[in-house]
Design a protein around this ligand. Structure first.
Ligand SMILES: [Mg+2]
Ligand SMILES: [Zn+2]
Length: 234
């Protein structure tokens, strides 16, 4: 069975969270407002669509400034070799991001993957104002701008064993829907709290190693979801 790796961008493919850094950098002087929003999001009182909308209201940046800022970050150097190896093996890789299109598209192009499938929120620039759009909002999910569960379900429907690779709370819907969860950071701690089966990872060198093990004729045991958990959606 081919594997589909659905990879988070901020904090995962890019070790630093470019979206969060973008908001921080271009909402200077509004730190209290920003911290309050983040506090509400972490406490669960604010969905991610709403968080993104209200964060963008604090931002003053032109598209050129935003793009230039995004280019100051570097991707995990193990990501590109992982993608080439996975695609060469017949597996699929998709980037699923709760961040913004301008830096995801730019970084994938610059990494040599202009055709790799990806989905994110859209940042619409008008002068120095930014408005988010959510082309992948899923009516089934109240919270996410780009609910990762829908992408997982689509790959599973095409016969893939689905693996979500992520580091944050915006990966939770994808994690609930996926066959296997590779987790670090806040997602790892959430998996532990929820008793969600998962495989810890640090960089894409670990993800590549995991992927190679699945390719052996006699694979090492890998975490499998219980029937009740696999049936849960959220
Ligand atoms: Mg992330
Ligand atoms: Zn969702």
């Amino acid at each position: 069975m081919p594997f589909a790796y659905l990879c988070d961008f901020d904090g995962t493919i890019s070790p630093e969270d470019i979206g969060a850094a973008f908001v921080r950098k271009f909402s200077a002087g509004r730190d209290d407002d920003r911290e309050r929003l983040l506090g509400e999001w972490f406490a669960g009182g604010l969905g991610h669509r709403e968080l993104t909308r209200r964060e963008c209201e604090l931002v003053t940046a032109t598209e050129e400034e935003a793009l230039e800022f995004g280019r100051t970050f570097r991707l995990d150097p193990h990501f590109a070799p992982f993608v080439r190896e996975a695609l060469g093996r017949g597996d699929s890789v998709m980037v699923v991001s709760e961040g913004f299109d301008f830096y995801v598209r730019d970084h994938l192009q610059r990494a040599g993957f202009p055709d790799l499938p990806w989905a994110s929120n859209r940042a619409v620039f008008a002068g120095d104002r930014v408005t988010p759009e959510h082309p992948f909002a899923d009516p089934a999910c109240e919270s996410c701008g780009n609910c990762k569960a829908q992408h997982v379900r689509r790959y599973r429907g095409r016969g893939f064993h689905t693996v979500i690779v992520g580091d944050g709370l915006s990966d939770r819907c994808g994690a609930r829907a996926a066959d296997t969860v590779l987790a670090k950071g806040d997602l790892l701690r959430w998996c532990e709290r929820e008793s969600m089966p998962h495989v810890p990872f640090d960089t894409f060198a670990d993800v590549a190693e995991f992927a190679r093990r699945q390719d052996l004729s006699a694979p090492l045991p890998r975490p499998s979801r219980t029937a009740s958990r696999a049936g849960r959606r959220g």
